[in-house]
Design a protein around this ligand. Sequence first.
Ligand code: CO
Length: 227
Amino acid sequence: MDDAAQPGPPRDKAETASNLYEQVFENNRRWARAHLENDPGFFTKLALGQDPEFLFIGCSDSRVPASEVMGLRPGRAFVHRNVANLVVNTDLNAQAVVQFGVEHLDVRHIIVCGHYGCGGVAAAMQSRDLGLLNGWLREIRDIYRLHAAELDAIADRAERYRRLVELNVHEQCINVIKTSWVQQSYLSKGFPTVHGWVYDLDTGLLKDLKIGFEERLRGIREIYHLE
Ligand code: CO
């Protein structure tokens, strides 16, 4: 979602879209050729199957390309993205991704990655009727309510916004750790570890929020014991 506070560069979108659409296939041919020049078996090896080390759960925002910001080649990261990187307990889509990533792909690390300047989080901070999005963004409004004392004590609105982005990542990590698949896999195999990151659009850098996975897991197991 575009954040009105951060307009992109001025452009004729219709014209750019039409040109870009044509260009995408040429880009793709060049991209495939470059990989083949480097390693003639690049695609045939990848086609045999995937064995990614990471599950990356991020925002759909076009400025946060998952594998690219991590510098990973295809095959390393299993990716799920939605508006504001939410892992809703009743969302079959996100839950299926976590289960598949843990049980079938044996990912070693699950990353929930938010980003400063997230339009979804900004929208949730406004008391406005946003139609279908209301139900989705209510998840973030619930997080605001849970942490209202801390957030309301931050006088600067931009700082409060950044903190809500971080708190959203913490809460989504908790939602991942709550799943039976993560708990069972970690107890029997010692992985995956869950991490919370924030991507900074202004610098292009990732920040590890150091959520303290082990401690979080212990706390969660007191309530959501699913061994
Ligand atoms: Co976003």
